[in-house]
Design a protein. Structure first.
Length: 402
C-alpha cells in the first residue's frame, strides 16, 4: 500500500503555507464539495438537518494585536455571504481563521459540515481560497498549477491533469494550459486561480478581494465567470470586498464587521434601501443627510424641506424627531426644472453644488443639503451653482443608528 507524504496547503489549494499530511488514493480524508453536498442531501432526506445543515457554523475567535475577532457565523449550503468593513476591521482575519492561516482561539466553536474545527484538519474542510493575487507557482505551467491540488489530494498525474484541463476550460483559459505561469496577465492569473480552487472540488469558496487588483474590463469578466461557476456548482461563498458591484453581483447576504465584531447583518438587496450602520450606507454609496421630521416634510440641517409624500418613512417616527434621509445618487437627479414641476416622479427642490466627487464610475455632485446627485450632463456644474434637484426615491429613518 502506498504511504503518506507531506505537502503544503499552498501547493494543494493555493492559499496556506501550513504543512499538512495528504494521503494517496484510497487513504484521503479530504472532504470534497460533492461529499459535503451529498451529506446535506442525505440529512435532508432523513430530516436530520437541525444543527449541522450549515457548511460552516459557530463562534470564530482569532486574537490580533489591536483587537480580537469574535463573531458567530452561519453559512448554509449554496448561500453567498459578503463581508464588508473598514480596513483592518477583521474581514480577512475571519477567512484566515477558518482556512487555517490564523490560529483559532480555544473559545472558538465553529464546525465544518457539522464537525468541530479541532477534529477537522484544514485539508478536510472543503474550502477553496482565492486571494487578491492569484499566487501561481511561477516555475510551473498553467496546467500543472491547476493540477497540483488534485495531485496532492491523491489523484494520479493523468487524472489530475484531466481535472485541471476541465477547470481551465470552465473559466475560459483552456488555451493557456501549456503556458508558463509567468507569462499570463492579471485577469488570466485570477481565472487560473479560480480553476485551481475549483479543481479540488470544494463545497465553499473563500474570496478575499479577488478582483481588486484588476482593471475594469478584466474585473467585469472574471467576476462574471466567478458568479457563473458558483451558481452552476451550487457552492457556498464567503466574499471579502470593498466593492459594491462585487457584493451585489455575488452575494445574497451582507455581514458588516467593525473591530472584530459584527455590527450589522442584512440582505444584499437591502443595502441601498435600509442599511442601519454608517459603514453599510457609505459602502452602498448613499448620502446620509441629518435633519428632523416635520409634520409634512423632512428638514435638513441646511434648511432644505423635502416633502414626505413619495418617500419611504420608517414606522414610529414622530414629528420633531431627529432623523436621517438615505438616498442613492442615482435616485437624486439634477434638473433644469423649477420647483413647481414636481409630481409623481418625486419632489423638485432648489439646492446648491458644494463640490464634485467621483465614485469610480461617474461624477457626483455633493449638494449643500448633504445629498449626492449623479451628474448626467456633459457640462459639469461648478461649486456654488444653484440647481434644482428631483428626488426619485429616499428613505427617512431614525438617527439613533451606528
Amino acid at each position: 500500500m502506498a504511504g503518506e507524504w507531506t505537502v503544503s496547503e499552498a501547493t494543494a489549494n493555493g492559499w496556506s503555507a501550513k504543512p499538512v499530511r495528504a494521503r494517496v488514493p484510497g487513504a484521503s480524508a479530504r472532504a470534497t464539495g460533492a461529499d459535503a453536498r451529498s451529506a446535506v442531501t442525505s440529512k435532508a432526506a432523513t430530516g436530520d438537518l437541525a444543527s449541522d445543515a450549515a457548511v460552516i457554523e459557530g463562534r470564530v475567535v482569532v486574537a490580533r494585536d489591536r483587537f480580537t475577532l469574535d463573531i458567530d457565523l452561519r453559512l448554509r449550503p449554496g448561500e453567498r455571504v459578503g463581508v464588508i468593513g473598514a480596513n483592518g476591521c477583521g474581514k480577512s482575519t475571519l477567512l484566515a481563521g477558518l482556512a487555517g492561516l490564523a490560529t483559532l482561539e480555544q473559545d472558538s466553536t465553529v464546525r465544518f459540515g457539522g464537525e468541530p474545527w479541532r477534529s477537522t484538519p484544514v485539508e478536510a474542510r472543503g474550502l477553496g481560497f482565492i486571494a487578491q493575487d492569484g499566487l501561481l507557482f511561477p516555475h510551473l505551467s498553467v496546467l500543472d498549477n491547476v493540477a497540483f491540488g488534485p495531485r496532492s489530494a491523491g489523484k494520479s498525474k493523468q487524472q489530475a491533469r484531466e481535472i485541471a484541463g476541465r477547470m481551465l476550460e470552465a473559466v475560459r483559459v483552456g488555451h493557456l494550459a501549456s503556458a508558463s505561469a509567468r507569462s499570463v496577465s492579471g485577469g488570466e492569473r485570477q481565472r487560473i486561480a479560480f480553476a485551481r480552487a475549483l479543481a479540488t472540488d470544494p463545497s465553499t469558496l473563500f474570496l478575499d478581494e479577488p478582483f481588486a487588483a484588476l482593471d475594469v474590463d478584466a474585473s467585469v469578466e472574471v467576476r462574471e465567470i466567478a458568479a457563473q461557476q458558483v451558481q452552476d456548482r451550487g457552492l457556498s461563498l464567503l466574499l471579502v470586498t470593498h466593492d459594491l458591484v462585487d457584493a451585489v453581483r455575488l452575494t445574497d447576504r451582507i455581514i458588516v464587521i467593525d473591530d472584530g465584531k459584527v455590527i450589522e447583518e442584512l440582505a444584499t438587496c437591502d443595502l441601498q434601501r435600509a442599511p442601519a450602520s454608517k459603514f453599510a450606507a457609505a459602502f452602498a454609496g448613499l448620502a446620509r443627510v441629518p435633519g428632523h421630521l416635520e409634520a409634512q416634510a423632512f428638514k435638513t440641517k441646511s434648511g432644505l424641506r423635502i416633502p414626505l409624500h413619495g418617500l419611504e418613512t420608517e414606522p414610529g417616527l414622530v414629528t420633531g424627531a431627529s432623523a436621517l434621509l438615505l438616498a442613492a445618487p442615482d435616485r437624486v437627479e439634477l434638473t433644469c426644472d423649477d420647483a413647481s414641476n414636481g409630481g409623481a416622479s418625486g419632489p423638485v427642490l432648489q439646492d446648491a453644488v458644494e463640490s464634485l466627487v467621483g465614485d469610480g464610475s461617474a461624477v457626483l455632485a455633493r449638494l449643500r443639503s448633504g445629498l449626492l446627485a449623479r451628474v448626467q450632463s456633459e457640462e459639469l456644474p461648478t461649486a456654488g451653482t444653484e440647481v434644482f434637484v428631483r428626488i426619485r426615491q429616499a428613505r427617512v429613518r431614525a438617527a439613533e443608528a451606528h
